[in-house]
Design a protein around this ligand. Sequence first.
Ligand code: HEM
Length: 211
Amino acid sequence: MIARCAFSIESDATSNSDQEIIKEARNLFSFFHPTSWLDTLAFTVPVFYFPFIFKFVNPFPDSMYKLWNITDDIMKLREKRGVQGTDFVGRLMELKKEVASSPNADHHKALNDTNITAQGTVFFAAGYETTANTLSTLCYELATKPDLQDRIYEEVREIVGRGGKITHEAIEKMEFLEAAIQENLRINSPLLVQNRVCMKDCEVIESCYYL
Ligand code: HEM
């Protein structure tokens, strides 16, 4: 699904895990796979507190560069064939063209081919493992709480019906499923740290969350 949104690649990761892009994504995350608190600290402390180290040490495994090359090849092939696509990379290529033909393009100079390839690679890498982890932990939680699993099952049956199509509109109506996913993200968050700094006070949800 992520490969389709990013590059229009039909990867069907569940039934065909031999595809190059899936293999490289798997290799990437088996490399970044902390199995103890010490591993977690060894990874997160330099990334968040001493990022300058990475000017001297390359933290990325080969699979990161292979994913980068796959994205780069997709973009170059599209440029050669004159096609753009309506996926994430296609949208960025379109934006690059718009910016290039705009008279006020100066402050957008940063959108070059390297940036587009970087965004495509991050989009794929960031979307792959987070989603897979969320679904795995959700399945585990529901397996240990059959009453909640039944409630979700009933909700899906009620909205989609037997043999009906699971569409985007149908999923939007599944409030209990959405609540279960949100609660699972709270309990089993795939990403534990937030490295952004809020530059000005803001109210996220009225009288509820402030940053
Ligand atoms: C349960 C699923 C997901 C979780 C928990 C999650 C969480 C996060 C977090 C915490 C960040 C860092 C945000 C920040 O630094 O402010 C992030 C960044 C990002 N995520 Fe996700 N994400 C998820 C799914 C996805 C998916 C499906 C995609 C794309 C298909 C995606 C693409 C990205 C990208 C591109 C960034 C980098 C944004 C930037 O720094 O410009 N994520 N995500």
